[in-house]
Design a protein around this ligand. Structure first.
Ligand code: HEM
Length: 449
């Protein structure tokens, strides 16, 4: 095990950018999460081929990995059993892909030795049989109709009233519009509304760059890595779960080696105090800028333009700059709550590193690394499915409105196998995050070299 100074020494060798962006190369070889995905040996099959194991069969992807529409993350699963992750990420659970692929060998169907994982695979089969994974377009269409009502309230209160309170209220409606769109984007990109890649892309354009001002492609790519390699950090491979890493927070001591400047050290000392205000003030712009920096898709850029032109027109309807700042400021702060919601389901969980990985298979790992938010059903709209984070990480394609039922099934299996199922109220989850940040800052110091 490395001590903290050695961590820092290691971390200096690479740039921060390569840590956050070079997600790919590290997947070859033994990385931290490897032990999470058991490896049956592809005995008797040519060793120079790249094989992926799904449901007991080996598929040769040697000539396909560079063209894989899901990106280079597939490299991480070469010569491994990828059954659970394969079913979780692909539309239709990848059944359409399996039908057309030719197997080149087989291994014992269930390499999983963890009885909890075995039962969760059975639960997956049951959910599949009972139609839980069926995309529910009508339910999501109703949700989008609510968004349109919110948008018309924004326009009415901006254009139809002169008073400041009406413009402040319009800001609240805009915050709700963005928050609900953000949650819809999350569901849609997980194929909960369409199990077709093209339609998912088009719907993603509407709810993300057009309505929210953020790139759906960027978010999807980062988010899938987050799902698959949740809460992982690996210094040698310059990798950290992209959704769990902001160069301003050290929520876990395993992130310390990634911080190198005195400014960062200063921010970390007060991170528990500034966490909420920074999320609320800068959260929205942080993801907009990040997503624009890497976007190359013309459709997305066209949607960005429409978004900002519409926003400029809306602001021009207000009588002066004070009213504009009031309106946009209220909207931005209100939408900032979404950024807190996005982080509290993981921030106070542990992070795993190569040297310390536990032998946990897919479902056990997903259950252990997530926190659910307990809330009455009538507040589900506010949490937008993020409250069922355990269920979502186990079965990302289950539509939001089925989560309660699926939650009871998972809880039953957790009780049966004595697997901790972490659930707490919204404010308590925020508190746990702040306490975690506070404890981490007490341990933090820059390398005194
Ligand atoms: C036999 C191996 C595999 C094949 C043939 C394959 C093929 C594909 C195809 C054709 C798509 C486009 C979506 C679709 O039409 O279904 C896709 C998407 C994707 N694949 Fe794979 N894949 C394989 C294994 C994997 C593995 C092991 C991972 C590991 C995480 C992975 C991650 C993804 C992701 C994240 C997407 C994007 C899904 C989205 O757009 O929402 N794939 N894959």
């Amino acid at each position: 095990m490395l001590n903290i100074n050695e961590h820092f020494a290691l971390s200096r060798r690479t740039t921060l950018e390569s840590r956050t962006m070079g997600i790919v190369e590290q997947y070859n070889g033994t990385t931290g999460a490897e032990r999470r995905f058991p490896q049956p040996s592809p005995n008797g099959l040519a060793t120079n081929r790249k094989l992926v194991g799904v449901e007991g069969k080996w598929y040769d992807v040697t000539s396909f990995v560079h063209r894989h529409p899901g990106g280079e993350i597939i490299n991480y699963f070469i010569n491994k059993d990828a059954t659970d992750v394969f079913r979780s990420v692909h539309p239709k659970g990848g059944e359409h892909l399996i039908k057309y692929l030719k197997a080149v060998g087989s291994y014992t169907n269930s390499v999983t030795e963890d009885p909890f994982n075995r039962d969760m695979r059975e639960l997956y089969n049951r959910l599949q049989k009972e139609g839980y994974f069926k995309p529910d377009l009508r339910w999501y269409a109703k949700k989008y109709a609510v968004c349109l009502v919110l948008l018309s309230l924004v326009i009415t209160f901006v254009a139809g009233f002169q008073s400041s309170w009406a413009h402040g209220l319009a800001g609240v409606f805009l915050a709700l519009f963005w928050q609900q769109n953000g949650m819809l984007m999350h569901d849609i990109l997980h194929h909960q509304a369409f199990d077709n890649q093209r339609l998912t892309y088009l719907a993603g354009l509407v709810v993300a760059p057009l309505s929210f001002g953020m790139s759906a492609n960027w978010w999807r790519d980062e988010h899938w890595v987050h799902h698959v390699l949740l809460n992982s950090v690996s210094y040698e491979d310059n990798f950290v779960d992209p959704q769990m890493w902001e160069p301003v927070w050290a929520q876990n001591t395993k992130l310390f080696p990634l911080f190198q400047t005195h400014i960062q050290a200063l921010l970390i000392k007060i991170q528990h105090i500034i966490f909420i205000p920074v999320c609320m003030i800068a959260g929205r712009f942080g993801i907009i800028i990040d997503s624009m920096k890497r976007e190359t898709d013309l459709g997305t850029w066209a949607a960005f333009c429409v978004h900002w032109i519409a926003m400029a027109l809306l602001l021009s309807l207000l009588p002066n700059w004070e009213e504009r700042c009031l309106f946009y400021g209220v909207a931005m702060l209100g939408e900032g709550v979404l950024h807190i919601q996005l982080l509290i389901s993981h921030y106070s969980k542990d992070m795993y590193q190569k040297e310390e990985m536990h032998d946990m298979e897919f479902y056990r790992y997903q259950v252990m690394q997530n926190i659910n938010i307990t809330n009455p059903w009538w507040m589900d709209w506010f949490h937008g499915g993020l409250n069922f984070h355990i269920e979502h990480h186990c079965f990302p394609r289950v539509p939001r409105h089925c989560m309660r039922q699926v939650g009871s099934m998972i809880q039953e299996l957790c009780r049966k196998h004595d697997v901790p199922y972490d659930t707490t109220g919204f404010f308590n989850a925020v508190w746990r995050t702040l306490v975690g940040l506070h404890q981490a800052q007490k341990l933090f110091k820059l390398d005194p070299r």
